[in-house]
Design a protein around this ligand. Structure first.
Ligand code: NAP
Length: 312
Protein backbone atom coordinates (compact mmCIF):
# COMPACT_ATOMS: atom_id res chain seq x y z
CA UNK A 1 0.00 0.00 0.00
CA UNK A 2 1.44 3.36 -1.03
CA UNK A 3 1.88 5.96 1.70
CA UNK A 4 -0.88 8.59 1.49
CA UNK A 5 0.08 12.26 1.45
CA UNK A 6 -1.64 15.59 0.94
CA UNK A 7 -0.21 18.16 -1.44
CA UNK A 8 -1.20 21.81 -1.02
CA UNK A 9 0.14 23.28 -4.27
CA UNK A 10 1.41 22.18 -7.72
CA UNK A 11 5.00 20.97 -8.18
CA UNK A 12 7.17 21.03 -11.33
CA UNK A 13 6.00 18.28 -13.76
CA UNK A 14 8.88 15.83 -13.17
CA UNK A 15 8.48 16.17 -9.40
CA UNK A 16 4.72 15.69 -9.66
CA UNK A 17 5.27 12.52 -11.72
CA UNK A 18 7.59 11.11 -9.07
CA UNK A 19 5.14 11.97 -6.28
CA UNK A 20 2.26 10.34 -8.16
CA UNK A 21 4.42 7.26 -8.82
CA UNK A 22 5.61 6.79 -5.24
CA UNK A 23 2.63 7.91 -3.13
CA UNK A 24 -1.13 8.16 -3.13
CA UNK A 25 -1.38 11.93 -3.50
CA UNK A 26 -4.44 13.96 -2.49
CA UNK A 27 -4.30 17.36 -4.21
CA UNK A 28 -5.87 19.89 -1.92
CA UNK A 29 -5.67 22.84 -4.31
CA UNK A 30 -7.74 20.96 -6.90
CA UNK A 31 -10.42 19.66 -4.54
CA UNK A 32 -13.92 20.98 -5.20
CA UNK A 33 -14.72 20.51 -1.52
CA UNK A 34 -11.41 20.72 0.34
CA UNK A 35 -12.93 20.12 3.78
CA UNK A 36 -14.82 17.04 2.60
CA UNK A 37 -11.68 15.60 0.99
CA UNK A 38 -9.65 16.25 4.13
CA UNK A 39 -12.28 14.66 6.34
CA UNK A 40 -12.32 11.54 4.21
CA UNK A 41 -8.52 11.04 3.87
CA UNK A 42 -7.22 12.59 7.12
CA UNK A 43 -7.01 9.34 9.14
CA UNK A 44 -4.64 7.86 6.52
CA UNK A 45 -2.38 10.84 5.80
CA UNK A 46 1.27 10.46 6.91
CA UNK A 47 2.96 13.16 4.83
CA UNK A 48 2.41 16.64 3.40
CA UNK A 49 4.05 18.38 0.46
CA UNK A 50 3.75 22.13 0.54
CA UNK A 51 5.75 25.22 -0.45
CA UNK A 52 7.20 28.28 1.23
CA UNK A 53 4.44 30.30 -0.42
CA UNK A 54 1.50 28.18 0.74
CA UNK A 55 2.92 26.79 3.98
CA UNK A 56 0.96 24.85 6.60
CA UNK A 57 -1.10 26.44 9.34
CA UNK A 58 -2.56 24.81 12.50
CA UNK A 59 -6.04 24.03 11.09
CA UNK A 60 -4.45 21.82 8.41
CA UNK A 61 -1.76 20.29 10.62
CA UNK A 62 -4.28 19.59 13.40
CA UNK A 63 -6.71 18.02 10.92
CA UNK A 64 -4.20 15.25 10.15
CA UNK A 65 -3.82 13.02 13.24
CA UNK A 66 -1.27 10.64 11.65
CA UNK A 67 0.88 13.33 10.04
CA UNK A 68 4.60 12.56 10.42
CA UNK A 69 6.40 14.87 7.99
CA UNK A 70 5.91 18.15 6.11
CA UNK A 71 8.26 18.41 3.12
CA UNK A 72 8.32 22.01 1.93
CA UNK A 73 9.49 23.33 -1.44
CA UNK A 74 11.54 26.46 -0.60
CA UNK A 75 14.04 27.51 2.05
CA UNK A 76 11.81 30.02 3.89
CA UNK A 77 9.41 28.37 6.33
CA UNK A 78 7.75 31.44 7.85
CA UNK A 79 4.43 30.25 6.38
CA UNK A 80 4.62 26.94 8.29
CA UNK A 81 3.53 26.98 11.93
CA UNK A 82 6.71 25.49 13.39
CA UNK A 83 5.42 25.57 16.98
CA UNK A 84 2.36 23.58 15.97
CA UNK A 85 4.48 21.06 14.06
CA UNK A 86 6.82 20.70 17.06
CA UNK A 87 3.92 20.25 19.45
CA UNK A 88 2.53 17.51 17.23
CA UNK A 89 5.96 15.90 16.77
CA UNK A 90 5.81 16.48 13.00
CA UNK A 91 9.14 16.74 11.17
CA UNK A 92 9.47 19.78 8.86
CA UNK A 93 11.98 19.92 6.00
CA UNK A 94 12.89 22.72 3.56
CA UNK A 95 15.18 23.13 0.52
CA UNK A 96 18.24 25.20 1.54
CA UNK A 97 21.49 25.67 -0.45
CA UNK A 98 20.22 24.43 -3.83
CA UNK A 99 18.56 27.81 -4.50
CA UNK A 100 21.20 30.11 -2.99
CA UNK A 101 23.04 30.93 -6.25
CA UNK A 102 19.89 31.79 -8.20
CA UNK A 103 18.48 34.00 -5.46
CA UNK A 104 21.80 35.82 -5.12
CA UNK A 105 21.93 36.26 -8.91
CA UNK A 106 18.40 37.71 -8.83
CA UNK A 107 19.40 40.16 -6.10
CA UNK A 108 22.36 41.41 -8.13
CA UNK A 109 20.23 41.58 -11.29
CA UNK A 110 17.61 43.68 -9.50
CA UNK A 111 20.28 45.95 -8.04
CA UNK A 112 21.95 46.61 -11.39
CA UNK A 113 18.65 46.85 -13.28
CA UNK A 114 17.36 49.41 -10.80
CA UNK A 115 20.50 51.53 -10.49
CA UNK A 116 21.31 51.49 -14.23
CA UNK A 117 17.64 51.70 -15.34
CA UNK A 118 17.99 48.60 -17.57
CA UNK A 119 14.20 48.00 -17.96
CA UNK A 120 13.73 51.66 -18.96
CA UNK A 121 16.62 51.45 -21.45
CA UNK A 122 15.03 48.35 -22.98
CA UNK A 123 11.71 50.19 -23.40
CA UNK A 124 13.55 53.25 -24.79
CA UNK A 125 15.03 51.11 -27.59
CA UNK A 126 11.87 49.05 -28.28
CA UNK A 127 9.69 52.15 -28.49
CA UNK A 128 11.95 53.64 -31.19
CA UNK A 129 12.92 56.62 -29.02
CA UNK A 130 16.72 56.20 -29.38
CA UNK A 131 17.11 58.03 -32.75
CA UNK A 132 15.29 61.11 -31.41
CA UNK A 133 16.17 61.28 -27.75
CA UNK A 134 18.96 60.75 -25.20
CA UNK A 135 18.69 58.19 -22.41
CA UNK A 136 19.40 59.86 -19.04
CA UNK A 137 22.57 59.14 -17.05
CA UNK A 138 22.28 56.75 -14.12
CA UNK A 139 24.06 55.94 -10.83
CA UNK A 140 27.32 53.99 -10.49
CA UNK A 141 27.43 50.77 -8.47
CA UNK A 142 31.21 50.59 -8.00
CA UNK A 143 32.37 52.34 -4.82
CA UNK A 144 29.05 51.98 -3.01
CA UNK A 145 28.66 50.44 0.44
CA UNK A 146 26.16 47.58 0.80
CA UNK A 147 24.65 46.62 4.15
CA UNK A 148 23.35 43.06 4.15
CA UNK A 149 20.42 42.45 6.49
CA UNK A 150 20.76 38.73 7.30
CA UNK A 151 24.17 37.41 6.31
CA UNK A 152 23.14 33.76 5.90
CA UNK A 153 23.59 31.49 2.90
CA UNK A 154 21.91 33.88 0.45
CA UNK A 155 23.23 37.08 2.10
CA UNK A 156 26.81 35.80 1.89
CA UNK A 157 26.35 34.67 -1.72
CA UNK A 158 25.14 38.19 -2.60
CA UNK A 159 28.05 39.79 -0.73
CA UNK A 160 30.54 37.55 -2.57
CA UNK A 161 28.98 38.62 -5.88
CA UNK A 162 28.95 42.31 -4.98
CA UNK A 163 32.61 42.54 -3.89
CA UNK A 164 34.08 42.13 -7.41
CA UNK A 165 31.85 45.06 -8.47
CA UNK A 166 33.95 47.10 -6.00
CA UNK A 167 31.14 47.25 -3.44
CA UNK A 168 32.10 47.38 0.24
CA UNK A 169 30.14 44.95 2.44
CA UNK A 170 28.78 45.42 5.95
CA UNK A 171 26.10 43.40 7.73
CA UNK A 172 23.45 43.34 10.41
CA UNK A 173 22.00 40.27 12.11
CA UNK A 174 21.25 38.77 15.51
CA UNK A 175 24.92 38.01 16.14
CA UNK A 176 28.39 38.73 14.81
CA UNK A 177 29.55 35.88 12.61
CA UNK A 178 32.81 34.09 13.43
CA UNK A 179 35.40 34.18 10.66
CA UNK A 180 33.73 37.06 8.77
CA UNK A 181 35.84 40.17 8.31
CA UNK A 182 33.06 42.47 7.05
CA UNK A 183 32.00 45.11 9.57
CA UNK A 184 29.14 43.99 11.82
CA UNK A 185 26.35 46.19 13.21
CA UNK A 186 24.01 45.20 16.05
CA UNK A 187 21.82 48.21 15.22
CA UNK A 188 20.00 48.30 11.89
CA UNK A 189 19.38 52.07 11.86
CA UNK A 190 23.10 52.66 12.52
CA UNK A 191 23.99 50.43 9.57
CA UNK A 192 21.40 52.09 7.34
CA UNK A 193 22.98 55.49 8.10
CA UNK A 194 26.39 54.20 6.96
CA UNK A 195 25.46 52.38 3.74
CA UNK A 196 24.20 53.22 0.24
CA UNK A 197 22.38 49.94 -0.40
CA UNK A 198 20.31 47.90 2.04
CA UNK A 199 20.22 44.29 0.85
CA UNK A 200 17.47 42.37 2.64
CA UNK A 201 18.20 38.62 2.90
CA UNK A 202 16.90 37.51 6.32
CA UNK A 203 14.00 35.12 6.98
CA UNK A 204 10.39 36.35 7.15
CA UNK A 205 8.09 35.67 10.08
CA UNK A 206 7.20 37.41 13.34
CA UNK A 207 10.79 38.08 14.45
CA UNK A 208 11.63 40.16 11.40
CA UNK A 209 8.20 41.68 10.72
CA UNK A 210 8.52 45.31 9.54
CA UNK A 211 12.18 45.36 10.66
CA UNK A 212 12.83 47.74 7.78
CA UNK A 213 10.56 50.49 9.05
CA UNK A 214 10.29 54.24 8.44
CA UNK A 215 13.29 54.92 10.73
CA UNK A 216 15.54 52.56 8.74
CA UNK A 217 14.33 53.99 5.41
CA UNK A 218 14.88 57.50 6.73
CA UNK A 219 18.41 56.58 7.80
CA UNK A 220 19.20 55.31 4.28
CA UNK A 221 18.13 58.69 2.94
CA UNK A 222 17.43 60.12 -0.52
CA UNK A 223 20.58 58.57 -2.04
CA UNK A 224 19.88 55.15 -0.55
CA UNK A 225 18.65 51.99 -2.28
CA UNK A 226 16.77 48.95 -1.00
CA UNK A 227 16.80 45.48 -2.53
CA UNK A 228 14.44 42.89 -1.05
CA UNK A 229 14.73 39.25 -2.06
CA UNK A 230 13.75 37.97 1.40
CA UNK A 231 10.08 38.43 2.28
CA UNK A 232 7.67 41.34 1.89
CA UNK A 233 6.83 41.06 5.60
CA UNK A 234 10.33 42.30 6.54
CA UNK A 235 9.54 45.77 5.16
CA UNK A 236 6.96 48.29 6.33
CA UNK A 237 5.66 48.51 2.77
CA UNK A 238 3.58 51.73 3.05
CA UNK A 239 6.65 53.56 4.44
CA UNK A 240 8.79 52.21 1.58
CA UNK A 241 6.23 53.25 -1.05
CA UNK A 242 5.87 56.75 0.45
CA UNK A 243 9.66 57.21 0.54
CA UNK A 244 9.98 56.11 -3.10
CA UNK A 245 7.08 58.27 -4.31
CA UNK A 246 8.38 61.36 -2.49
CA UNK A 247 12.04 60.84 -3.48
CA UNK A 248 13.16 60.21 0.11
CA UNK A 249 14.78 57.01 -1.15
CA UNK A 250 16.70 56.75 -4.44
CA UNK A 251 15.28 53.42 -5.54
CA UNK A 252 14.28 49.86 -4.82
CA UNK A 253 14.63 46.45 -6.44
CA UNK A 254 11.85 44.22 -5.16
CA UNK A 255 11.23 40.51 -5.71
CA UNK A 256 8.87 40.12 -2.74
CA UNK A 257 5.88 42.06 -1.41
CA UNK A 258 3.64 42.25 1.62
CA UNK A 259 0.52 40.88 -0.12
CA UNK A 260 1.67 38.84 -3.12
CA UNK A 261 0.67 38.81 -5.92
CA UNK A 262 -0.73 42.27 -5.21
CA UNK A 263 1.86 45.03 -5.61
CA UNK A 264 1.06 48.62 -4.61
CA UNK A 265 0.03 50.42 -7.81
CA UNK A 266 2.00 53.50 -6.74
CA UNK A 267 5.15 51.50 -7.62
CA UNK A 268 4.07 50.54 -11.14
CA UNK A 269 4.94 53.86 -12.73
CA UNK A 270 8.11 54.71 -10.77
CA UNK A 271 11.36 54.67 -12.79
CA UNK A 272 13.33 54.33 -9.56
CA UNK A 273 11.88 50.87 -8.93
CA UNK A 274 12.53 47.50 -10.55
CA UNK A 275 9.89 44.90 -9.80
CA UNK A 276 9.93 41.12 -10.09
CA UNK A 277 7.15 38.58 -9.40
CA UNK A 278 8.94 36.56 -6.65
CA UNK A 279 11.27 34.76 -9.04
CA UNK A 280 14.43 34.52 -6.91
CA UNK A 281 14.77 30.76 -7.35
CA UNK A 282 12.70 30.45 -10.52
CA UNK A 283 15.01 28.67 -12.97
CA UNK A 284 14.34 25.23 -14.44
CA UNK A 285 17.48 23.76 -12.87
CA UNK A 286 16.90 25.14 -9.39
CA UNK A 287 13.20 24.32 -9.25
CA UNK A 288 14.12 20.75 -10.25
CA UNK A 289 16.80 20.60 -7.54
CA UNK A 290 14.34 21.96 -4.95
CA UNK A 291 11.78 19.36 -6.00
CA UNK A 292 14.38 16.59 -5.85
CA UNK A 293 15.13 17.59 -2.27
CA UNK A 294 11.40 17.56 -1.40
CA UNK A 295 11.27 13.98 -2.77
CA UNK A 296 14.49 12.88 -1.02
CA UNK A 297 13.30 14.17 2.35
CA UNK A 298 10.00 12.31 2.01
CA UNK A 299 11.69 9.13 0.78
CA UNK A 300 14.26 9.17 3.59
CA UNK A 301 11.57 9.63 6.22
CA UNK A 302 9.35 6.84 4.93
CA UNK A 303 12.40 4.55 4.62
CA UNK A 304 13.00 5.09 8.33
CA UNK A 305 16.10 7.18 7.74
CA UNK A 306 16.96 10.72 8.89
CA UNK A 307 15.66 13.43 6.54
CA UNK A 308 18.30 15.46 4.70
CA UNK A 309 17.36 19.06 5.50
CA UNK A 310 15.39 19.22 8.71
CA UNK A 311 13.98 22.46 10.11
CA UNK A 312 12.46 20.82 13.23
P1 NAP B 1 19.77 31.44 6.25
O1 NAP B 1 21.03 30.81 5.76
O2 NAP B 1 19.09 30.85 7.43
O3 NAP B 1 20.12 32.98 6.52
C1 NAP B 1 19.27 33.83 7.20
C2 NAP B 1 20.11 34.92 7.86
O4 NAP B 1 19.25 35.86 8.48
C3 NAP B 1 21.06 34.41 8.94
O5 NAP B 1 22.31 35.02 8.77
C4 NAP B 1 20.44 34.85 10.23
O6 NAP B 1 21.38 35.17 11.23
C5 NAP B 1 19.73 36.12 9.79
N1 NAP B 1 18.64 36.46 10.69
C6 NAP B 1 17.85 35.62 11.41
N2 NAP B 1 16.99 36.33 12.16
C7 NAP B 1 17.27 37.62 11.94
C8 NAP B 1 16.75 38.83 12.47
N3 NAP B 1 15.76 38.82 13.38
N4 NAP B 1 17.29 39.98 12.05
C9 NAP B 1 18.26 39.99 11.13
N5 NAP B 1 18.80 38.89 10.60
C10 NAP B 1 18.31 37.71 10.99
O7 NAP B 1 18.68 31.48 5.11
P2 NAP B 1 18.91 31.66 3.52
O8 NAP B 1 18.97 30.33 2.88
O9 NAP B 1 20.02 32.64 3.30
O10 NAP B 1 17.49 32.32 3.14
C11 NAP B 1 17.14 33.58 3.65
C12 NAP B 1 15.73 33.94 3.29
O11 NAP B 1 15.63 34.28 1.90
C13 NAP B 1 14.69 32.82 3.43
O12 NAP B 1 14.26 32.66 4.77
C14 NAP B 1 13.58 33.25 2.50
O13 NAP B 1 12.60 33.98 3.21
C15 NAP B 1 14.29 34.16 1.50
N6 NAP B 1 14.24 33.58 0.15
C16 NAP B 1 13.65 34.27 -0.87
C17 NAP B 1 13.60 33.72 -2.14
C18 NAP B 1 12.99 34.45 -3.30
O14 NAP B 1 12.55 33.81 -4.25
N7 NAP B 1 12.93 35.76 -3.30
C19 NAP B 1 14.15 32.46 -2.38
C20 NAP B 1 14.76 31.80 -1.32
C21 NAP B 1 14.81 32.36 -0.06
P3 NAP B 1 22.07 34.01 12.12
O15 NAP B 1 22.81 33.14 11.15
O16 NAP B 1 22.95 34.75 13.03
O17 NAP B 1 20.94 33.28 12.78
Amino acid sequence: MAVEIVQTTPMPPAIQQALDRDYTVHRLWEAKDRDALLKEVAPRIRGMVTSGGVGAQPPLIEALPKLEVISSFGVGYDSIDIDCAKRRGVIVTNTPDVLTDDVADTAMALLLAMMRRIPQGDQFVRQGRWPKDKFPLTDKLGGKVMGVLGLGRIGQAIARRAEPFNVEIRYFGPRKKAGIAWRYYDDLVAMAKDVDILMIACPGGKETEKLVNAAVIDALGPKGYVVNIARGSVVEEPALVTALVTGKLAGAGLDVFADEPNVPEALWTLDSVTLAPHVGSATHATRQAMGDLVLKNLAAHFAGQPVLTRVV
